[in-house]
Design a protein around this ligand. Structure first.
Ligand SMILES: [Zn+2]
Length: 449
């Protein structure tokens, strides 16, 4: 035995020996105990980096350990090979993306083999090969046949220079994360998967995630975002139309001092004559960093108190959530508050924190006894508040519902709305259908002509 370990000499010899004998090929042996060891496939970006080394060394240790313990181990490897970098590199170097991708795979495969990892390369998969992605297409067609894959027109973040759709997370300060071009809003026909059909099922399944960190489960629940609220109709003053809003805070209905609709709301054409102004709102659609509104010149009637309130088109109202229209309650919603301040709109307090009512010399709560509807006007000057109070509390300035606690008021107001034909109670989810169109070449083709 040599005194010094010389990897350049020793390792190629044994790698060759392993390879010739197909030492890591997994044969089906139904009698053996099975173990499946799968690591996340790498993107064939060009070269293996230290993150890969760490990840795949850990997987290899586990696979080898199980093998030594007598398991029939399946340890495969593959390539997550579709994506924009291949296409950009192809444009830059004037080669086909498959050429760039397959060259990288060859190189990276050699590197993985030099690490001595125990993969069964006979089971290698590559997501950009038709033999693999035909199964993506098969799944797509199954979903299409069941109405779970569908096409609709929607606004997307669009990078004119990358010529692609960007996720919200890929837009940084209005610019493309990749090339820094200014991102625009573009209306496109998009393919969607109807995950919203499964909202309730997904939510129920959160309860079965035993041993998961509470933080992760909460994130999942919030992503699904179930809420129970009401849909209520606001008549438009001078035309024969109604605007339906969705809210989970019907206890604040009396505090609605204006109304906002999405730029793509079906009534926009009837309500807005300033087309340039509308375009400006549309260009900033869904951008939460800047609240932009355009007064339509029309008024709606609040169904609870028959008050006339101005109707705005606003960039922060999403067509995809609720009904594409909201009642704006600036005293109890910070976004509405900022909007009201910006456009000089009235702010009316209709909820006061329960604690603040204790110091008042008023009849105690309970026994069905109510406080007078106007008592808080003396102690709570709406024009002086500096931010919205979004919490729950006791209703004030709310007609027959004044003096009730928020949770009770929500039930009573929902009932009032239904009984008076002003709307209905509804369950809503924040979860949206999943947009899967990318408008690029180097991805699984949507198998529909
Ligand atoms: Zn770009």
């Amino acid at each position: 035995m040599e005194e010094r370990y010389n990897p350049q000499k020793v390792e190629p010899k044994w790698h060759r020996y392993w390879e010739e004998r197909k030492l890591y090929k997994t044969e089906l042996k139904p009698s053996d105990k099975k173990f499946y060891c799968l690591e996340m496939f790498p993107y064939p970006s060009g070269k293996i980096h230290m993150g890969h080394v760490r990840n795949y060394a850990i997987g290899d240790v586990i696979a080898r350990y199980k093998k030594m313990r007598g398991y029939n181990v399946l340890h495969p490897m593959g390539w997550d090979a579709f994506g924009l970098p291949a296409e950009n590199a192809a444009i830059e170097h004037g080669v086909h993306p498959s050429e760039w991708t397959y060259d990288n795979i060859d190189y990276m495969k050699k590197q993985l083999n030099r690490m001595g990892l125990s993969y069964d390369w006979d089971r290698e998969i590559n997501t950009c090969s038709p033999e693999y992605y035909k199964w993506n297409q098969w799944f797509f067609i199954k979903m299409f046949e069941r109405g779970l894959a569908y096409r609709k027109s929607s606004y997307v973040n669009w990078c004119p220079s990358c010529v692609t759709v960007l996720a919200n997370e890929q837009v940084i300060d209005e610019r493309c994360w990749r090339c820094d071009s200014v991102v625009i809003q573009k209306e496109l026909e998009q393919w969607f998967l109807k995950i919203t059909d499964y909202a309730e099922e997904l939510l129920q399944a959160c309860d079965e995630l035993k041993g998961w960190p509470e933080k992760v489960v909460t994130m999942q629940r919030n992503w699904i975002g179930k809420s129970i609220g009401v849909e209520a109709d606001f008549k438009i003053e001078d035309i024969e139309e109604k605007i339906r809003i969705f809210t989970t805070r019907q206890d604040t209905l009396f505090g609605a001092t204006f109304m906002c609709i999405a730029p793509a709301h079906p009534l926009v054409g009837k309500l807005v004559s300033d087309k340039d102004g509308l375009e400006r709102i549309r260009a900033r659609y869904g951008r939460m960093d800047e609240k932009l509104g355009l007064f339509t010149g029309h008024y709606a009637i609040n169904p609870m108190n028959d008050e006339r309130i101005p109707i705005y088109v606003a960039n922060l109202v999403l067509m995809e959530y609720g009904t594409g229209a909201i009642m704006s309650v600036p005293a109890h919603d910070q976004r509405d508050f900022d909007f009201a301040k910006k456009y000089g709109l009235p702010i009316r307090v209709v909820i006061v924190p329960e604690e603040s009512t204790r110091s008042l010399t008023l009849p105690p709560r309970g026994g069905g006894q109510r406080w007078g509807g106007d008592f808080q006007l003396r102690t709570y000057n709406s024009s002086l508040i500096e931010e919205a109070y979004e919490g729950e509390g006791i209703l004030v300035n709310s007609g027959q519902f004044s003096g009730l606690r928020s949770d009770i008021a929500r039930q009573k107001i929902a009932k009032f709305i239904e009984e008076n034909g002003l709307g209905k109670s509804v369950v809503n989810y924040k979860l949206r259908d999943w947009g899967i169109s990318r408008q690029r070449y180097w991805g699984t083709p949507i198998p529909v002509v």
